[in-house]
Design a protein around this ligand. Structure first.
Ligand SMILES: Nc1ncnc2c1ncn2[C@@H]1O[C@H](COP(=O)(O)OP(=O)(O)OP(=O)(O)O)[C@@H](O)[C@H]1O
Length: 281
């Protein structure tokens, strides 16, 4: 009873803040109203009209369609029942070494209209990395002036280096209808959850077990002994944060393609939601 009263006292705008905006599906509002008005007038017993519709199994389809339209009193609509889904922001996170980069790299190969936001970082370039593709490599001073100019959606000091997400790229690509992929560590994902709330999709990536994750870090050969120990200790804490995410994806050894397929399906399902997420940066 208490719940009911509280619920009823919520204003329409409060409800839309809580639930997010509707996708105007099926049909945008104005059309929908016109459609309803039409239905209410056409329902007034036009039974004589149905007599002029030819037999369904005999008449050619175009004739049948024309007769049905004339009986209903309007043409069948060819505009989409639902407008295009909103562009999404997909935040991919997980402990170090679980395969975030590997999953995103493959996802970009299999999915169109996806923009991977290139993070700005003050850390040094690793062998094989390319500036502007893997990260924007900037000096600490350059990074701090980006912070000063409020150009970053989120930033953090990670293992002694700054990492941050440039807002400009997100705005630019969402404006073109692209979905946005952000790759952040757990700390970054928590900050983004506070900034974006439920307007973005949060995916937590894990290895099938701790041993596999450590083996991957060893094989990658990008960390020294001390760095490895810090990453392993941090990862133990980080897996506890899975509750703050919308989805968890296991990236099992040798099964990278399965993990990518699951992330791809998550995006598909999100795009099919009636209650679309709607992000404003
Ligand atoms: N499913 C998998 N099976 C086997 N090896 C994998 C799999 N996924 C990723 N790897 C390998 O594991 C290593 C770590 O992956 P990756 O660098 O993508 O992790 P990450 O989560 O981005 O790490 P970090 O956060 O430290 O940058 C890489 O050498 C990668 O090729």
């Amino acid at each position: 009873m208490l719940f009911r009263r509280t619920y009823l006292s919520l204003s329409r705008s409060t409800l839309s803040t809580l639930l997010g905006p509707l996708n105007h599906c099926p049909y945008p509002k104005t059309h929908h109203h016109r459609h309803l008005r039409f239905l209410s007038t056409s329902r007034m017993g036009d039974t004589h009209k149905s007599r002029s519709i030819p037999a369904i199994d005999k008449a050619p389809k175009p004739d049948l369609l024309r007769a049905l339209e004339s009986s209903i009193g309007s043409s069948f609509r060819t505009d989409p029942v639902c407008p295009d889904p909103n562009p999404l922001i997909i935040v991919i996170s997980g402990p170090s070494g679980v395969g975030k980069d590997a999953v995103i790299k493959k996802l970009r190969e299999v999915r169109e209209n996806l923009h991977f936001v290139v993070t700005a970082t003050s850390r040094g370039m690793r062998p094989g990395e390319v500036d502007g593709r893997d990260y924007y490599f900037v000096t600490k001073e350059e990074f701090l002036s980006m912070v000063e100019r409020n150009e970053l959606l989120e930033y953090a000091l990670v293992y002694g280096d700054y990492k941050g997400i440039p807002k400009k790229q997100i705005r630019e690509y969402m404006g073109k209808g692209y979905d946005i992929v952000l790759r952040v560590d757990i700390q970054g994902a928590e900050t983004l959850r506070r900034i974006l709330g439920n307007s973005a999709v949060f995916v937590f990536l894990v290895a099938e077990n701790e041993l596999k994750m450590v083996e991957r870090l060893i094989e990658r050969k990008t960390e020294n002994k001390e760095e490895l120990l810090v990453r392993i200790a941090t990862a133990r804490e980080e897996v506890k944060h899975v509750r703050n995410f919308d989805y968890v994806v296991v990236n099992a050894d040798g099964k990278l393609d399965d993990a990518v397929k699951l992330v791809d399906s998550i995006i598909d399902a999100e795009k099919a939601k009636v209650w679309q997420r709607n992000v404003a940066i």
